[in-house]
Design a protein around this ligand. Structure first.
Ligand SMILES: CC(C)(COP(=O)(O)OP(=O)(O)OC[C@H]1O[C@@H](n2cnc3c(N)ncnc32)[C@H](O)[C@@H]1OP(=O)(O)O)[C@@H](O)C(=O)NCCC(=O)NCCS
Length: 144
């Protein structure tokens, strides 16, 4: 992902999340040197993923597939690629936060071997106030 991609990335983000990231957050991620990836199908951006990695840990800060293309296997493929990137970046564990109400994402992460390791109280905004975050971890050393 680079700055010129942001228009398309934001379209995907706003179509796919009830509480999307702003342009400024994506710009900060690019400036910070995070591993910012886009997934393209026939030159079109259909998803994005942001990984921060340091000191043997990687954090998947955002992963998103365009709403009209969800449920076709892109998310699974993308998260598998994120796992490979995290390893290349020298991480021994990959962490992420997910809403407990996001059953699709939870099922995907569970099937890929992520383990629940904790809860961050009132982490996300929600329609009824705040929602906790489930924290998941994937030990990368055990991955093939
Ligand atoms: C979560 C997300 C990235 C998954 O991507 P996707 O392309 O829809 O997922 P896939 O088609 O690869 O499916 C992966 C798994 O998710 C689960 N899944 C997908 N669609 C599902 C549905 N409609 N109902 C139940 N489970 C579903 C299944 O476990 C599926 O694996 P399987 O097909 O082998 O059973 C995508 O739905 C998304 O971008 N959502 C909005 C943003 C978001 O919530 N990101 C995650 C934040 S932590």
């Amino acid at each position: 992902m680079s700055e010129p991609d942001l228009e398309e990335v934001l379209q995907v983000e706003f179509l796919s999340y009830a509480f999307p990231w702003s342009r400024g957050i994506f710009q900060d991620c690019l400036k910070s040197g995070y591993d910012c990836r886009v997934m393209c199908v026939e030159q079109e951006i259909v998803g994005h993923a942001i990984i921060s990695a340091a000191a043997g840990e990687a954090h998947l800060l955002n992963v998103c597939v365009r709403r009209d293309l969800q449920g076709r296997g892109y998310g699974r493929l993308f998260v598998r690629q994120v796992v490979q990137r995290a390893k290349l970046l020298g991480a021994e564990q990959l962490f992420l936060e997910v809403r407990p109400s996001n059953k699709i994402a939870l099922k995907l992460y569970d099937s890929l071997g992520f383990i629940p390791i904790g809860v961050r109280k009132d982490y996300y905004p929600s329609d009824i106030g705040r929602e906790d975050a489930q924290v998941l971890a994937l030990p990368l050393a055990e991955e093939e």
